[in-house]
Ligand binder design. Structure first.
Ligand code: FAD
Ligand code: SIN
Length: 532
């Protein structure tokens, strides 16, 4: 059985919701497929806030400069300009739609995060910024009668006809059988892939399916080696790897090793507010030096009342595990957090596959380069969600829906149901190898071993979702092997230096071995040219 709609959005995080609203207000019928409940996404768990130029002592050039420095020579400058210039407008629009950012005396309050030269991070309910984004965007989307939201609709593949994306195949949540929807275009907003790693701040939905689906549909993937590891995830037996926001360090929290020594001075003069990759590696070095599985985040110098008001969610979760954030040393260690790479798009969310657009963490727009500046991704999801929605409506609304019977080469429902024990085992193994060999520190030997193991797994008879999972692991490991230098989130112990000849983007396509693209005009030479 198949359905038809004008546009399909996959994912209901900030990017997907914003894209759907944009297309619906352009008069299109939009079907939003999402894997779990509508509010289950990375967006929902975002804590620290959203970076935006709105305070009197800030300007777009400063935000742009900070983003470029964090990106370590791999940002696409036109993309960063779009982010910071349009970001302010879209945040103001979000406020008009009812998003409640924290205020004091009627004025917005801004917090500090690492590598920002100004206090420019807006937050909501203290440390629940993402949940407030989702609440207000879902409420806004519900006002549009032509948006249909399908929760628990796990999408497994993109349908492609003559190199054009014409729809998707998902698992019907009630019938548990594959179902096709055809549309004028598909907007991929499936978020990141933190779950590829054994230790992650990401929720279970963040398995990177959209990246793998796009790759199999022929899309170009860029900069897959760049994974951001957040330095401070709770590290306690029996507790989830719950994020302890960078804003805690922004408000004055300090890091100590298990011997009680404040150690960041040994590694970087910016101390606890050095970029995330540096703080994460410093923590790993201290853990090794002291033979411990964690270091401590120490907030005890701050006022307890302030901390409970500023970080209510973190306080609540820590209390469940017997930790009082104002009195206890909080055990933390790094965990995978964010994918800088992904499906290559242009400034309007067009991928290299006609009919396929993408926005948010699933993409590589060139905004983040080798390392994302804290709190830039909610902003990117908002700006590129709107832009991809606009571009899709402009480019495709008047096109016919190309509905074609698609041959099914596998029965994913049956495989998924009968082989779930194998799927669980595959994931567990891949996550472990990713953590140990494609993690914070990598080298040629560890990467070759990982690739060898992933190729063996990929060669076995897998369900579609397991194949997607291990393929993504392979893409990251192959790109990390290719990049024989250290830059941003990618650290090669056998190549600790940054090398000029690698100031290029890694590019992977299903039809070709790994190659690279020049930094200049990443967007202009990308999807627009390749699709023309
Ligand atoms: P997501 O919000 O992850 O949404 C992806 C959607 O796709 C989900 O609805 C998911 O269910 C759906 N999906 C996935 N696969 C499928 C499939 N196969 N079929 C159907 N649907 C699918 N960034 C900031 O800027 N500021 C912060 O303070 C911040 N804090 C963070 C804290 C945490 C704990 C985490 C994990 C991330 C944080 N980030 C933060 C990063 C930020 O939240 C994400 O990068 C951003 O929200 C991604 O938005 P998105 O719309 O691209 O994807
Ligand atoms: C945090 O609150 O530390 C997360 C911010 C981000 O990932 O941008």
């Amino acid at each position: 059985m198949s359905q038809v709609t004008d546009f399909i959005v996959i994912g209901s995080g900030v990017a997907g919701l914003r894209a759907a609203i944009e297309m619906a207000t352009n008069g299109a019928d939009v079907t939003v497929l999402t894997k779990d409940k509508a509010n289950e996404s990375n967006t929902e768990y975002a804590q620290g806030g959203v970076a935006v130029v709105l305070s009197d002592d800030d300007d777009a050039e400063l935000h742009e400069g900070d983003t470029l420095i964090a990106g370590a020579g791999l940002c696409d400058e036109p993309a960063v300009e779009v982010l910071v210039n349009e970001g302010t407008r879209y945040i103001k629009e979000l406020i008009e739609w009812g998003t409640e950012f924290d205020k004091e005396g009627g004025n917005l309050v801004f917090t500090q995060e690492a590598a920002h030269s100004r206090r420019r991070i807006l937050h909501a309910h203290g440390d629940s910024t993402g949940a407030e984004f989702v609440r207000s965007l879902i409420a806004r989307a519900r006002q549009e009668k032509n948006i249909t939201l399908l929760p628990f609709a796990n999408t497994e593949r993109l349908l492609v006809d003559e190199s054009r994306c014409i729809g998707v195949r998902y698992l019907d949540p009630i019938l548990r059988s594959p179902r096709d929807i055809f549309a004028k275009a598909v907007i991929l907003c499936t978020g990141g892939a933190g779950q590829l790693y054994q230790h992650t701040t990401n929720p279970p939905v963040a398995t990177g399916d959209g990246m793998a689906m796009a790759y199999f549909a022929g899309a170009e993937m860029a900069d897959m080696e760049f994974i951001q590891f957040h330095p401070t995830a709770l590290s306690l037996d029996g507790a989830p790897r719950f994020l302890l926001s960078e804003a805690m360090r922004g408000e004055g929290g300090i890091l100590r090793n298990v011997n009680g020594e404040r150690f960041m001075g040994r590694y970087d003069e910016r101390l606890e507010l050095a970029p995330r990759d540096i703080v994460s590696r410093s923590i790993v070095a201290e853990m090794r030096r002291t033979g411990s599985r964690y270091v401590y985040l120490d907030m005890t110098a701050l006022d307890g009342k302030f901390l409970r008001h500023r970080f209510p969610k973190i306080n609540e979760v820590c209390l469940q595990f017997g930790l009082n954030i104002a009195e206890s040393q909080l055990p933390v260690s790094p965990a995978s957090h964010y994918c800088m790479g992904g499906v290559r798009t242009d400034l309007w969310g067009r991928t290299t596959v006609p009919g396929l657009y993408a926005a948010g963490e699933v993409t590589c727009t060139g905004v983040h380069g080798a390392n994302r500046l804290a709190s830039n991704s909610l902003l990117e999801g908002l700006v590129w969600g709107a832009r991809a929605g606009k571009a899709a409506a402009n480019d495709e609304l008047s096109s016919p829906v190309a509905k074609r019977a698609q041959t099914v080469s596998d029965n994913s429902a049956a495989i998924g149901d009968t082989r779930s024990a194998i799927a669980t085992a595959v994931r567990k193994r891949v996550k472990r190898v990713m953590w140990e060999r494609v993690g914070i520190l990598r080298d040629r030997k560890s990467l070759l071993r990982a690739i060898n193991e992933f190729e063996q797994i990929a060669g076995s008879n897998l369900s579609v979702s397991s194949r997607n999972f291990v393929t993504l692991a392979l893409l990251i490991a192959r790109a990390a092997l290719w990049r024989e230098e250290s830059r941003g989130g990618h650290y090669r112990t056998d190549h600790p230096e940054q090398r000029l000849e690698f100031q290029r983007h890694s590019i992977q396509r299903i039809s070709e071995p790994i190659s690279s693209a020049q930094i200049v005009d990443f967007n202009a030479t990308g999807p627009a040219k390749l699709r023309a």
